[in-house]
Design a protein around this ligand. Structure first.
Ligand code: ADP
Ligand code: MG
Length: 255
């Protein structure tokens, strides 16, 4: 089966001179809940923006749902849903109107768009927020609205860039119940970045580790833990911290 996400040798340098990605190779299979981990500034959001056709790669190739962005960026945008880390919501609109508008953008009829908005408001438990202007929502509710917006057209592949930032533990738990159900019951592939390693530990099966624009590990979460940490029952967070420390010490030997 062809991978759902396929990156080959992707590089990206911003005009400022920052080399955000240095030849990234990565594959994600259909139906996976895949987590991309790495320190701040490692290149995670840059990779998500390239995959979702929001910015352009400098070199390399990639396919999303077997679609090639160089030939058909539009069909990729139809195929995926994306909740970006730094997206703005129109402050003068509310959750309901934004969701309905998004539905119309994706070709739903007025009635369909209203029904879909209702469903997603229910799913993400933002009923109490439905008619509040978006700029008055809490950080966590904004993130939930972003995810709801990403799902309006029922995409089979969902990119979530730090989706739970600003949510309290209970809201995160409810959010994950929703995403987990989409992944397990409906087979939606999820590509996640997160700073909360316990989320990746609990929900992701496959992961990659990116540091300074280069992929350092791709494989199962279980294998990552076993490789880094002799402790059998350690958490992903412990293994991650040990891995970053080992890498930094190793690199310090060569400066
Ligand atoms: N629009 C931009 N212009 C210039 N540099 C950028 C831009 N966006 C990100 N960067 C830089 O590229 C690197 C990777 O950033 P990013 O992909 O946001 O990392 P992450 O999401 O892992 O924190 C960082 O050094 C960041 O400062
Ligand atoms: Mg980021």
């Amino acid at each position: 089966m062809a991978p759902e996400i396929f990156f080959k040798n992707i590089s990206k340098k911003y005009p400022s001179g920052t080399e955000a990605l240095k030849g990234v190779n990565l594959e994600v299979n259909k139906g996976e809940l895949f987590s991309l981990l790495g320190p701040n500034g490692a290149g995670k959001s840059t990779l998500v923006k390239i995959a979702t056709t929001l910015i352009k790669k400098d070199s390399g190739e990639f396919l999303i749902g077997e679609r090639n962005p160089d030939h058909d960026p539009k069909s990729i945008r139809q195929y995926i849903g994306v909740a970006l880390q730094d997206n703005e919501l129109d402050p003068s609109e509310n959750a309901e109107s934004l969701l309905r508008f998004q539905g119309r953008l994706f070709g739903l009829s007025k009635a369909q768009a209203m029904q879909r908005a209702d469903e997603l408001i229910h799913t993400f438990e933002i009923d109490a927020e439905r008619t509040k202007k978006s700029h008055t929502l809490s950080g966590g509710n904004k993130r939930r609205l972003h995810c709801a917006l990403a799902l309006v057209h029922k995409p089979r592949l969902l990119f979530l860039d730090e989706p739970t930032t600003g949510m309290d533990p209970e809201a995160r738990d409810r959010f994950w119940q929703t995403i987990s159900r989409l992944n397990k019951k409906e087979g939606v592939t999820v590509f996640l970045t997160t700073q909360y390693l316990e989320e990746a530990d609990k929900h992701a099966t496959q992961m990659a580790m990116i540091m300074e624009g280069a992929i350092r590990y791709v494989g199962s979460v279980k294998n990552f833990k076993q490789r880094v940490n002799a402790e059998k029952h350690g958490t992903l967070e412990e293994s991650y911290l040990a891995y970053v420390k080992q890498t930094q010490e190793h690199e310090a030997m060569f400066v």
